[in-house]
Design a protein around this ligand. Structure first.
Ligand SMILES: O=C(O)c1ccc(O)c(O)c1
Ligand SMILES: [Mg+2]
Length: 613
């Protein structure tokens, strides 16, 4: 499988697109006519530039509204094709992509279309060129890849082949059984795109919402299996029409694109990469803080039942423990944590995951082009995570805490046992990118994207987790600038951990202990409990406990979920206390109530500040 991407997938001018594509490691590029039209140099210069970068132009596209035209349009279309062949010769590409006709003037009939393509193939052959025929899902007469292939079969010309595009095929849920029957030498190109499942017309869905393999919901694994059955070994080219991608620098999309093709290769041949790491859990979470804020954060951790169990003998680095939870507070005034703190404030600068086997996890990360992070002060293997934070990978019994001297033992705390999940907030254009990162590098499964209403807009929330549920991440993004998610984004200068949820097996006892220690919980309005009472047959005593401790509640078919929140620390992050009973979600139904309560608290704090001065 050779790698390619269409220029339409990237933002910028043609020069920067080609540079980004080459830098990401692609072998080929599909050149879109629009990019040529707006290029200031000759087609010859485009070809020379691509070759200089080591890129092969695998196709020129699209050539529209060709087959099935009555005269005089038919002759005119053939003439138009000759002009495009001229350009192609100059650029140095031999394949013209012909997409199926959408014109109301076109006439149906597979034989008629085959006749037209044979004639076009004959003209192409005279110049050593080829034509590939692709069915657009909204083509007037031909909108099914099986018909496009039948037309090519009947055209019966060595310079005419078919082009398969996963979007047009999978968006219509066409059966894939015919793909393995197409001789591989008659498949001139394969284009791939994923997409979220949306209830809308095929054309706007395709033109605005395509995304990279691994980012959407189309059954690309089945598509790849069908393709593998043909023995096809040519170019697989990303063709991603997506408005959001055009607001991201081309190098970022190109790199994600390359990663998505490695993912496709893994779908086609699962043996081609080490399997996703088996994650044993979150090893530790590291906060960076200034000296002053470190004392404040540590005060909160202490009230939350954590004990300072270890401390570095010379550095300002402490380990706080409770149950299986390890929190590192780093208040050094040099090194990575310090630099991170200068940019992002008191925040999580590193997340460490325990994996069953380190070397294969690192090999997989490298194959997926995850950037390794090398710190002079820290020998642990790490990858670059969100906004330049670190993602450490720990082998079993990793001596990561050995530089820290033991102080006291952890003690019973308030009953917090483990990290339940970590929620990160990021700009909307980054959500798909990180979804792909976690999907590929860590093998996490994405659950459905949910939309959460905020008093000032909408927040998109994407949960990702491993099969063992020892790692659960929630990715949040917001388009609107006034939402709580955006507030965190602004405060962080980019993105970061918005909250950490800890699991307890007795939430009421835990909250009782937290409150006794003076931890302030997020107050939940009485109306919420009236609604709970109306919705569920809950015992009044249980309801009363929830009310008293500001606990939110959700029920699934099999289970129950109880959760509560601390107040926000330094306007940047907060903690959640969770208790699951056979429940697999995150209480998304309660998110609007939680967010509204947090917004109220922020307003209150602002008001208090104003009246102070
Ligand atoms: O949206 C289009 O018109 C269009 C053009 C060329 C393609 O290869 C395609 O998949 C879609
Ligand atoms: Mg296409």
């Amino acid at each position: 499988m050779r790698t390619s991407i269409a220029t339409v997938s990237l933002s910028g001018d043609l020069r920067s697109k080609l540079e980004a594509i080459a830098a990401a490691g692609f072998e080929g590029v599909e050149l879109f006519e629009n990019d040529l039209l707006s290029f200031e140099g000759s087609p010859r210069a485009v070809g020379a530039f691509a070759r200089e970068l080591g890129l092969k132009i695998v196709a020129f596209q699209p050539f529209r509204d060709f087959e099935g035209m009555p005269e005089p349009q038919r002759s005119r279309a053939l003439e138009r094709a000759e002009r495009k062949f001229d350009l192609m010769e100059e650029m140095g590409t031999d394949l013209l992509l012909v997409c199926s006709n959408v014109s109301p003037h076109s006439q149906g009939g597979l034989d008629r279309a085959a006749e037209d393509l044979r004639e076009l193939g004959e003209r192409a052959a005279k110049r050593g060129l080829r034509v590939g025929f692709e069915a657009l899902a909204w083509g007037r007469h031909i909108h099914d890849y099986r018909d496009a292939w039948e037309v090519v079969r009947r055209a019966d010309h060595p310079h005419v082949g078919t082009i398969l595009d996963s979007f047009h095929i999978l968006a219509q849920s066409l059966p894939l059984s015919v793909i393995p029957r197409i001789p591989k030498e008659k498949i001139f190109l394969v284009q791939v795109a994923d997409a979220p499942r949306l209830e809308m017309g095929l054309l706007p869905w395709s033109r605005h919402f395509r995304n990279l393999p691994g980012q959407g919901q189309l059954p690309l694994a089945e598509f790849m299996r069908a393709l593998v059955a043909t023995g096809y070994a040519g170019f697989v080219s990303l063709e991603i029409f997506n408005d959001q991608f055009r607001s991201v620098p081309p190098r970022e999309v190109a790199l994600d694109g390359y990663r998505s093709l490695v993912y496709l290769r893994e779908l086609a041949d699962p043996q081609s990469l080490p399997p996703p790491p088996e994650c044993r859990g979150v090893g530790f979470i590291e906060f960076c803080a200034s000296e002053g804020e470190a004392a404040e954060l540590e005060g909160l951790l202490q009230r939350m039942g954590f004990r300072r169990t270890r401390k570095h003998r010379s550095r300002q680095v402490s380990l706080w423990q409770q149950g299986r939870i390890n929190l590192v507070v780093n208040a050094e005034n040099e090194g990575f944590a310090h630099a991170y703190n200068l940019v992002h404030g008191t925040s999580v600068c590193a997340l460490a995951l325990e994996v069953a086997a380190l070397q294969p996890a690192l090999a997989r990360a490298e194959a997926y082009r995850a950037a390794p992070a090398v710190l002079p002060e820290q020998p642990l293997p790490a990858l670059r995570g969100l906004e330049g934070s670190l993602l450490y990978l720990l082998e079993p019994h990793s001596p990561w805490a050995e530089d820290l001297e033991p102080l006291e033992s952890a003690g019973p705390g308030v009953g917090l046992e483990a990290v339940d999940h970590v929620a990160q907030v990021m700009p909307p254009a980054r959500l798909l990118s990180w979804r792909l990162f976690y999907r590929t590098v860590l093998g996490l499964e994405a659950s459905d994207l949910t939309e959460i209403s905020d008093p000032s807009g909408l927040i998109q929330s994407q949960a990702m987790q491993n099969p063992e549920r020892s790692l659960r991440l929630v990715l949040n993004a917001s388009q609107n600038t006034g939402t709580l998610a955006s507030r965190f984004l602004n405060a962080y200068y980019g993105g970061g951990v918005q909250h950490i949820a800890f699991a307890t097996s007795d939430i009421f006892a835990t909250l009782e202990a937290l409150e006794a220690n003076g931890v302030k919980l997020l107050p939940i309005p009485e109306n919420y409990y009236l609604d709970l009472e109306a919705r569920y047959a809950l015992e009044s005593e249980l309801l009363e406990s929830m009310r008293r401790h500001n606990v939110l509640y959700d029920q699934s078919e099999e289970g129950e979920f109880f959760h509560a929140y601390t107040q926000t620390f330094a306007d940047l992050f907060f903690f959640e206390i969770t208790q699951r009973r056979n429940y697999d979600g995150f209480g998304a139904v309660n998110a609007p109530v939680r967010i509204a309560a947090q917004v109220r608290q922020i307003r209150q704090a602002l008001h208090n500040l104003e009246t102070q001065f």
